[in-house]
Design a binder for this molecule. Structure first.
Ligand code: PMP
Length: 452
């Protein structure tokens, strides 16, 4: 029997049933962009065109596409142990993977720093965020501080689409359709400031003081009501917002002073994106929990998780040994296929020194990206590690439309980038060559002159 996936082009009526996420469905289905194959730095479309992937799929395929060792590990695992129930049962790869992840987590730099030596597994970034928020609330309770129920996020934060994630997140379009969300949430200001920081190379010098807004929030609500603060070290999905120098350290100092947990959402920042295993490693700031997903399996099999501090974990390990310590988990927590994919992915990262490679190519990407300064419509360029972005002046009355036009033109010319609002992001796989980086940026540069 012919399957839909065997056909080169789907007929319009075959496009109707799938309600696509975060997509203008009606517009897309008029002119679908269909990917049928991938390898290394490239996708291929249903009409046989090769597309340079400038965004690692969706900030996730950090080792490149269809890497043989990862594909083979998944195939072997599917043929060996397809599933193991994760509650009151387990399989060895889950433990092996947890140990490997703890091995690359940031180490405490001072005696006051947490030791991130436990992992809770789930299946996506959104689940990782909701898991971390739930652990934070439950931890405050188990240590007798049950009045600490408030969660603090940040404007322009993206923490996935669960109710916890959209509540602490700061993207109005993701929030406004869904009612009142979680109670007791407040938000820090974002750190994006064109007046002071436009065209900063790497971390902006201005803006560490914005972390002091947390003191204002503490004064307003009282520390005894606040459980945790969650931020992305570099905010990805809202336009690659780089933290000012000293900002994250200041958040760490203030949270510690007030007994508030600090959670880094590293769903994008993790696994080499910033030239280190995690953003926390690069910034030298150790939070109490790190959420991860995407790059852990290089995007091949859905997986997410939370790195949790020794202290938090230890405080749950009380009571009768036969009692379940945390009433939380997913059918697919530590799924065998995901664990096999993640272990093989971590091998590739290590064997090919891809985090170090990203760090060594940071100056090249920075030079190319900042070369966009002065091109039509450009109002800012930002970069850190192996991620960069160019922000365009919005077209009057049509926010996001200009960047989307550039995206469409680039795709026609065989380069995939990502737009969020009027920002165009570059986040290539860590195997990208200098020629790939050049092509990605030059294609955007050429098209900037062609859009009105
Ligand atoms: N947190 C951050 C920082 C993210 O960038 C994302 C996804 N882009 C998520 C959470 C949600 O991840 P997922 O789409 O896997 O649920």
């Amino acid at each position: 029997m012919t399957q839909l996936s065997d056909q080169v082009h789907l007929r319009p009526e075959q496009l109707d049933a799938f309600w696509m996420p975060f997509t203008a469905n009606r517009q897309f289905k008029q002119a679908p962009r269909m990917l049928t194959r991938a390898e290394g730095m490239h996708f291929w479309t249903d009409d046989g065109r090769q597309i340079l992937d400038g965004i690692s799929g969706l900030w996730c395929c950090n080792a490149g596409h269809n890497r043989k060792p990862i594909v083979e590990a998944i195939q072997r695992q599917a043929a060996t142990l397809d599933f193991a129930p994760p509650f009151q049962m387990a399989h060895p790869l889950a433990f092996e993977l947890a140990n490997r992840l703890v091995g690359i987590a940031p180490r405490p730099a001072t005696p006051a720093d947490p030791s991130l030596d436990h992992v809770f597994f789930c299946n996506s970034g959104s689940e990782a965020v909701d898991t971390a928020l739930k652990i934070a609330l439950a931890w405050q309770r188990v240590r007798g501080e049950g009045s600490r129920t408030r969660l603090i996020g940040r404007e322009r934060g993206y923490h996935g689409v669960g109710f916890g994630g959209i509540s602490v997140g700061g993207i109005v379009s993701n929030r406004k359709m869904f009612g009142t969300l979680l109670a007791g949430v407040d938000h820090l200001p974002h750190t994006h400031d064109l007046e002071h920081n436009a065209y900063s190379v790497g971390q902006p010098e201005w803006g560490a003081h914005l972390a002091d807004e947390l003191e204002r929030i503490v004064t307003l609500h009282d520390a005894s009501t606040i459980a945790a603060v969650i931020v992305e070290p570099v905010a990805g999905s809202t336009g690659v917002l780089i933290p000012p120098i000293g900002y994250l350290q200041r958040l760490r100092d203030i949270t510690r002073k007030h007994g508030i947990l600090l959670i880094f959402d590293e769903v994008i920042c993790g696994f080499g994106r910033l030239g280190a295993a995690f953003g926390a490693n690069r910034f030298g700031v150790v939070p109490d929990m790190i959420t991860f997903a995407k790059g852990v399996t290089s995007g091949t099999v859905p997986m997410g998780g939370v790195l949790v501090s020794k202290q938090i974990h230890q405080d749950f390990m009380v009571g009768p040994p036969g009692a379940i310590e945390l009433f939380h988990g997913y059918t697919y927590s530590a799924h065998p296929l995901a664990c096999a994919a993640a272990l093989a992915t971590l091998d590739v990262y290590r064997d090919e020194a891809l985090f170090e490679r990203a760090a060594s190519l940071e100056p090249v990407l920075a030079r190319l990206a900042h070369g966009l300064k002065g091109r039509p419509h450009v109002i800012d360029v930002r970069n850190l590690g192996f991620v960069a972005a160019v922000e365009l002046e919005p077209r009057a009355g049509q926010p996001g439309a200009r960047a989307f036009d550039v995206f469409l033109r680039c795709f026609e010319q065989g380069v995939l980038v990502r737009t969020t609002g009027d920002t165009i992001a570059f986040s290539p796989a860590l195997i990208a060559s200098e020629t790939d980086l050049e092509r990605m940026i030059t294609t955007v540069s050429d098209n900037l002159a062609k859009v009105d």
